[in-house]
Ligand binder design. Sequence first.
Ligand code: URA
Ligand code: ZN
Length: 377
Amino acid sequence: MISNKHIVVDIHTHIYPPSYIELLASRDQVPYIHKPTAGDPRLIILPSDDDQSKLAQNRGRPIDASYSSWEIKRAFMTSHGINISVVSLANPWLDFLPSSESPKWAKTVNDDLEKACLEFNKEPSSSICKLFAFGTLPLSASADDNRAEVIRLKTLRHLRGVIMGTTGLGLGLDDPALNPIWQALQDTETMVFLHPHYGLPDTAFGRPEVVARSGHVLPLALGFPLETTIAVSRMFLAGVFDRFPNLKMLLAHSGGTLPFLAGRLQSCVEHEREFIANGGCKQGPKRDIWEILKMNIYLDAVVYGESGLKAAVHAGSVERVIFGTDHPFFPPLGAESAAWPSVGTNYAAIQGAFEKDEDIVEGILGGNAIKILGLEV
Ligand code: URA
Ligand code: ZN
């Protein structure tokens, strides 16, 4: 039996399996892959990527084999000291598909992921190099279709949960139509990895020429985390965590701004006149947000700074924060380099925030994920 000490687990790492790349390449509406006559193909997944005022070869971002190759994933893991990756389909998942197609695609992608894990784990390696996965759900289809896929995923040996965005069945995560899906996720003890994609409306970031100048900076740095914050706050206010007290959610990017704003959120709930707590007429959430952060929520450590990481640990606990890289997003720019600065920044933040406590660092880098997701080492 190998000790869990010094094992590094990356739980925030993405892939577009080849079948999904073909799907994107067959489309000409967002999301799609555009193949210009010169230069790399371009990934157009955000509405703002589809800026018709830019030359087609400058829209969106370049997409190369790192988005779909398992060999490149392995090389990245090896060069960054990662022993286990729990991969997930990258945004926007299957959200855009018609309801008649998404169940079939969910099956295809999830079966592809299971097969890839099996193959990947067969390869001999000098150190542990293993793959597990989060599955994807056909959220544009019915609640029944989703329930069925949640249950089917339990038969796939390497699947350790599901990744989903914030739109649910189209109306957000506070939609009561999601109840049967939350029930199935709770009953099967399936971890939900909640990940943003839609951000905030472009107008939140300034005039179009300002938005065009700063590219993805504001949508990714602020839009993504605020989207997650709002989605979970809406679930909280709608009483989802009261109805499903054992739901398990892993929030991307250290919970957006939730650890920082939880106190303010709770205080506003307690001062809202419409809620029963203050003699109002509507039932507010019964459990408070701090309890939910400690009982239902797990946070990744993809926040690139010590203060964000300390807030995540403070809001949750040292056992509930887990390392991630967001590979293949945020690659080094310019000259090819083996070491990704985005990954180095995250490692440094974890070391810097908890340098005196090796056990905490070990837990965040791997031990926590092994326990929480039941990863066989
Ligand atoms: N990270 C992601 O996971 N998706 C993006 O689109 C950008 C960064
Ligand atoms: Zn991501």
